[in-house]
Design a protein around this ligand. Structure first.
Ligand code: THU
Length: 131
């Protein structure tokens, strides 16, 4: 049974995915990030003709959130065509703010799997090491 918040995040991630700008890969990704405040931030991937300036959906969402003052996160839900998991760079960026983040991977039709960020980035390097 899908809980109400997961369903809400799924809807936001799907809507964000519909805005993905992917003329080069055509691999569209949508993310929905739930802040501790209860606010949800959507994000999509935004590609670029020079390739490397492109940004993943997960980082779009987290940068939006941090730039609005939110730094503590509960869940991120990511929608792709085939259940892709967040890339290594996005795992590291998420780790900066929430060691215990729930990461839900989905397609447009199915919620595939839920992880803890620590499983996806085992013993990751974080801000406490620089404190
Ligand atoms: N992409 C994401 O948005 N999130 C990921 O975690 C994996 C990859 C994007 C980057 C690029 O626009 C496209 O998917 C193909 O790599």
């Amino acid at each position: 049974m899908l809980n109400e918040m997961t369903d809400k995040l799924w809807q936001v991630a799907k809507k964000a995915r519909s805005f993905a700008y992917t003329p080069y890969s055509n691999y569209k990704v949508g993310a929905a990030l739930l802040g501790r405040s209860g606010k949800i931030y959507g994000g999509c991937n935004v590609e670029n003709a020079a390739y490397s300036p492109g940004n993943c959906a997960e980082r779009t969402a987290i940068f939006k959130a941090v730039s609005e003052g939110e730094r503590d996160f509960v869940t991120i839900l990511v929608v792709t065509a085939n259940g892709g998991t967040p890339c290594g760079v996005c795992r590291q960026v998420l780790r900066e703010f929430s060691k215990d983040l729930e990461v839900i991977v989905a397609t447009e039709n199915t919620i595939i799997k839920s992880y803890r960020l620590n499983e996806l980035l085992l013993d990751g390097f974080g801000p406490e090491k620089l404190a």
